[in-house]
Each structure stands twice: as C-alpha cells, then as structure tokens.
Design a protein around this ligand. Structure first.
Ligand SMILES: Cc1cc2nc3c(=O)[nH]c(=O)nc-3n(C[C@H](O)[C@H](O)[C@H](O)COP(=O)(O)OP(=O)(O)OC[C@H]3O[C@@H](n4cnc5c(N)ncnc54)[C@H](O)[C@@H]3O)c2cc1C
Length: 498
C-alpha cells in the first residue's frame, strides 16, 4: 500500500475496537470522542502531507524493495544524504505541530527501521526474533502504521527490581508459553497517544537483573488485542475549548495512558525478545533504537524551543518591555540556547557514527548533549515567558468578551499594547503564551521535555561514564609532564661532571 492519507488513517481507527478507558467509562468510538478528535485531526494532517506537492519529495521516497512510495522514517540510513532526508521529515512534522507533539508517527517508525537494520544483534540470540523484527518493520512500512510504545514499568517500588515487587505480575511479564504464543500479564507505561494508534510496541530501557528474565520482553501487537486495556490519564481539555482562547491547548494535546495486559497472547511471530536479561540490556545500545530517534527528538526539540522563544520575544515586544537591559539579557539567553541546539544538531549530522551493518547514525555525543541540555533550556524559556508576561498572562479576556458589542471598543483600547499593537493582537499573543506557560497543557509539555526519553539525571551519568572511558584527559598528563621533564633535566644537569 505505501503512504496513507489522513482519511485512510482515520478509517483504520474506525475499523478497530480497542479497550479504552477515559474518566471511568469505556470509549466505544474513539473518532467520535471530543477529547480525541483534535489530535486525530493533527495526525491525519501529517499523513496527508505525504501526498502534498510541497512535501512529497521531501518526506517520502520510493522503497527499493517494493517500488512503493513510503515515509522517510522507513529509509535505511546509509549516506549523509539519507540523514538529511530523515531530517527533512522530522522538520516538516515538527513545524506542522510547532514541536508540541512528541510522538508523531515518525518517532517510533524510526525505532523500527533501526531495529530492522540491526536485526543481526537479535539473530545471535534467536534467529526467529530477528526474522520477526524484519517482518514487522515491513508490515508497518508497507501499511504506513502508527505506533505507540510503553517501555517503563509503573512506579510501584523503584528501589526493587521487577521480580521483587509484591506481586510478581505488577510489571509486565511472561506468564506461560503456549502453542500459539506467549501469555503476558502486568502493566507498562506511559503510552502517549495510545488510543489513536494502530499498534503498540513494548521494549524496555536496560537495567534488568538476574531474576528478571520473565520481564525481559520485546514485542508488538495491534492496539485492539483482546485483554489489552488502555487507561487514559485525566484529559487537560474537553475537546470543545475555543481555538481563540486556547490556540495550542485546543489542538495539540497528546493523551497519555498506562497499559494493563490481562493475560494477553503475544503470537510467536510478534515476539522480538524474551527471557534473556543480557539481550534485553543490550537491545538499546546495540541496535540504535535510542540514537536514531534522538535525531528526531533533537529536531523536534529545537523547533519547540524556537517556537517558545519566538513567543517570549513577541510578548516582550508587544508591551514594549524589550527596551530594558534585563529583558534583553533574558531573551538573548534564550536565543543563544536555541542556537546551541541548532549547532549541536549540525554537528551530530556531520560527525555521524557508522554501525557494523553500515547504518549511519547521527553522533552520540552531540545528541546526548542535546538530551542533557533541553530539560534545562525548555523550562528556562517557560520561566522567562512567565517573568516577561507577568500579570498580563492572567488578565486575558475571552473571545466572547472581546467580541461583545458593549465591551469591544473598551477592550481594544485597554488591552492595546505598545503603539501599533491592537488590543486583539495583544490578547491573542498572551493567550498563546499562557497555553505554553500557564495551562496544564503547557506543564505537560514541560514535563515531556524532562522525561520523554528516560530520566535525564541517570542519562547524564551514563553519558559521563562513557565520556570518561573515551577521554584519557591527556592534556593533564601533558601539563604534569612539563614538571617531570624539567625535574629530570635539572637532575641531569646536576650530574654533569665539574
Ligand atoms: C509527558 C510524558 C510522555 C511520555 N511518553 C512516553 C511514551 O510515549 N512511552 C513511554 O514508554 N514512556 C513515555 N514517557 C515516560 C518516560 O519514559 C519516563 O517518564 C521516564 O523514563 C522516567 O521514568 P519515570 O517517570 O518512571 O521516573 P522514575 O524512574 O520513577 O524516576 C522518578 C525520580 O526518581 C529518581 N530515580 C528513580 N530511580 C532511580 C535510580 N535507580 N537511581 C537514581 N535515581 C532514580 C529519578 O531521577 C527521578 O527523579 C513519558 C513521560 C512523560 C512525562
């Protein structure tokens, strides 16, 4: 089939009946549920972009194997040009969503492509797992499917490993093998957009200990697999909010969910890893399923940072406060932050790594540096926005106030900004800012930037340990060597016979 349209994506959703729970009730038709309609529309728009003249060549390519047009997320990256084709895709999707939707279809489809390119890693443990991964990649590529993922165990007792939890099936684990496949039970989180996806993929960060064998699992299933329950968090909007009052929160909220597996059957051909702690711990570092998507998240993060910075700049300008040194200092800092990320991304693309299978990966060090910096830079943009917007962020009237015949003239007068900025313009600008820096929607976006790919603190510690291994700190030896060589020269001169 190749690239789908938005309408085909929606038809796919309508053809399934996943078990979705929202505020204590079963959702029977996800496409008719107000909370989900807007994000469905945004995802459908991304599918449509694949067919548009302006994007088709940029974000899709002809698959060598099938001759069909497929998304660049499925491109096996062998050359710097391929890497640029990937970047063009990430940029197009992030621009269309202002970087505010993190789990657009490209994110996990890139994970699958990397798993396919490095399936030889699985082969040495079990050739069937490798074949399953390759076949699954083809299925998702050719049907242009949209995936969610759940790779974290629920927060029960983090000081204990999975097999030490009170109930051994709290964290998702294998119950028994059957002729048809593996029965799994337990919970996994935090499956963003799960209710509006086609499939779910399960794998885990490293950290398995001996005794955790039943939890060492990787597999994928249709989202409507019997026994799979999707429990949504409380929505941050009701799906009916005015686009005028909430220009971002009304459009880009991504629902998050925890998944309960109630003795779910994973067919053998959908299993990529099982019962092997070593393989589960090496899956991440050996298959690039972290490094390739980090390119996507880097590009998306840059766009989000840029968007938020632009909003901060515009609100400062609109009320004439960017004539002050302190405000210029804060805004200059934001601009320098985003330019640092832009430079790091370029470095990552130039200083790429090549895997034994010939896959080209954007550089680990610059990507991890982005990963370390963004969770500090993004909250700082939000803080600066709050500091500059100050009371005005709270004092925004609604669409109905602005339009009311009795109030409209006063509204225009009293809400006007500096000369040249009308009341309507300023109010709309401040509403945009409030969605990012005040609304629950904006707080989720901030939390996302901290945690979307694991705990930034532990990630930075891992980065440091790798960095230490690769850097011998030879300049220190060199500097210390000056003293040693002077000492030996001096000692030598003392032995010169008189
Ligand atoms: C908005 C949002 C969307 C997300 N979307 C997805 C998604 O689509 N799919 C998905 O799988 N995941 C998703 N995640 C989950 C994300 O992967 C996790 O939040 C992240 O890995 C951190 O895990 P945790 O939340 O369980 O925190 P924890 O690991 O429980 O950490 C909590 C705190 O305890 C500390 N801590 C915990 N354990 C240790 C330890 N061993 N050593 C030192 N300190 C420790 C941490 O530093 C942290 O401060 C999302 C998260 C957010 C916030």
């Amino acid at each position: 089939m190749g690239i789908r349209t938005g309408a085909q994506y929606i038809q796919g959703l309508q053809s399934r009946q996943p078990e979705i729970w929202l505020q204590g009730r079963r959702v029977t038709n996800v496409c008719e549920e107000a909370v989900f309609q807007q994000p469905i529309r945004e995802i459908a728009r991304l599918y449509d972009m694949q067919h548009e003249e302006a994007y088709r060549e940029k974000i899709t390519h002809i698959c060598e194997e099938t001759g069909e047009r497929v998304n660049n997320a499925f491109l096996e990256v062998k050359t710097p040009a391929d890497l640029q084709a990937r970047r063009a895709l990430y940029e197009a999707y992030a621009r269309a969503t202002f970087g505010l939707m993190g789990r657009t279809p490209d994110f996990l489809n890139v994970v699958l492509t990397s798993l396919n390119s490095n399936a030889s890693f699985l082969e040495k443990y079990n050739p069937q797992w490798a074949e399953n991964a390759r076949n699954y990649y083809k299925l998702v590529r050719d049907q242009d499917l949209f995936l969610t993922h759940a790779i974290i165990n629920p927060q029960n007792d983090r000081s204990k490993s999975s097999h030490e939890q009170q109930d051994i099936f709290t964290h998702l684990g294998a119950v028994k093998e059957t002729e048809d496949g593996l029965i799994v039970r337990g919970a996994k989180m935090l499956a963003t957009l799960a209710p509006i996806t086609d499939e779910v993929i399960i794998y885990s960060f490293p950290g398995f200990k001996p005794g955790d064998e039943r939890y060492a699992l990787a597999f994928a299933l249709p989202i409507d697999t019997p026994g799979l329950r999707i429990i949504c968090r409380e929505p941050m909007q009701d799906g009916l909010r005015s686009v005028y009052d909430h220009p971002l929160a009304s459009r880009f909220e991504e629902m998050d969910a925890v998944l309960f597996f109630d003795d779910v059957l994973v067919p053998w051909n959908r299993l990529f890893l099982y019962n092997n702690v070593e393989a589960a711990n090496l899956l991440y570092p050996k298959t690039g399923i972290g490094q390739q998507p980090a390119h996507q998240t880097g590009v998306r993060g840059l766009l989000k940072l840029q968007f938020a910075t632009e909003v901060a700049m515009r609100i400062a300008d609109s009320i004439g406060v960017d004539v002050y040194l302190n405000v210029q200092n804060d805004l200059g800092e934001l601009a320098q932050s985003l330019e640092s990320i832009r430079a790091l991304l370029k470095t990552a693309e130039l200083e790429h790594d090549v895997t034994p299978s010939g896959e080209l990966m954007p550089g680990y060090i610059p990507l991890e540096t982005i990963r370390g910096l963004l969770p500090k830079m993004y909250p700082r943009v939000i803080e600066v926005m709050q500091i500059i917007g100050a009371g005005g962020l709270l004092m925004s009237p609604t669409d109905s106030d602005m339009a009311h015949p009795e109030l409209a003239a006063d509204m225009e007068k009293y809400f006007a900004g500096r000369e040249g900025i009308s009341g309507t313009e300023r109010v709309r600008l401040f509403k945009l800012a409030w969605d990012l820096c005040g609304e629950a929607f904006g707080q989720r976006l901030l939390q996302y930037e901290r945690y979307y790919t694991g705990d930034p603190i532990r990630k930075r510690a891992i980065f440091y340990n790798n960095y230490k291994r690769a850097h011998a700190c030879s300049m220190v030896d060199e500097a210390l060597g000056v003293y040693e060589s002077k000492k030996s020269t001096k000692a030598g001169s003392e032995t010169v016979p008189q």
